[in-house]
Design a protein around this ligand. Sequence first.
Ligand code: SF4
Length: 291
Amino acid sequence: MVMTLTGDPTQAERPVREYLAALEETNDPKASTRTLSLNDPAATWTAAPGGPAFFAYSTNYLIDLEAGIILDVEASAVNKAAEVEATRTMIDRVEETFGLKPERLVGDTNYGSAAMLGWLVDEKDIAPHVPVFDKSERTDGTFGRSDFTYDAENNRYICPAGKSLKPAWRSKQKNPYRYRASQLDCQACPLKAQCCPNMANRQIDRSPHESARDVARAITKTDAYKQSRKERKKVEMLFAHLKRILKMDKLRLRGFSNAKDEFLLAATAQNLRRMAKRLAINEPVTQLIPA
Ligand code: SF4
């Protein structure tokens, strides 16, 4: 429910009116009142697996894995797209503010979308130590995309029967990355039942970011990637510490920018604690000599 104020606002009423106007602007008329917080509409209605639903914001950290220091914090809505966008914002901001750019990004499958990998590899030159989000593999026993070899020189795929799948010119406007086998080849092919049993010929869609995905796939086979998976636990530990030790399981203030401020303060406390520990290890212990 949004209250409406009429008449000329006094100086004290003006911020209230601005707040209510901002609420109206963010109001989604299609949103269900059950999933829309009436006193904090920017919060997301969410739930942990098997747990009760609640309204929340997501806190996103950019961490220097080696030092365990939080370099940046960004609040976001609780969904994958918003969290990935927050990571892009933090990477750009840390580069602009401190001149620091990560050599690698360690994350979960949320960061393995084609668009994110393309941005990391092609635009930022950051090695993606993330699992590739890939739905091209099939579960019905027929050939998945990994059974086809991409021939970059000739811009074609080679199928398991050794035939070519070339860019499908007819659908070029709609999807310039669609490759098709010849109908004649497929109709006469002994592997057709394993390849495209319900289609006249096989087609494959290639992502415009496929080369970046190939870079990520190659990294997943390295020892450095295994090490990154282990180091990722440090991130989980920081979030666990936030809830269990700092008891930050609820926000005291409402609104997106207030959530951001609270997350920033919490991260600062975590950094100070971390730095105090590191300095305590490096500094010689002061001896107390009784007088
Ligand atoms: S059905 Fe077509 S695409 Fe599939 S293996 Fe045979 S020739 Fe190649």
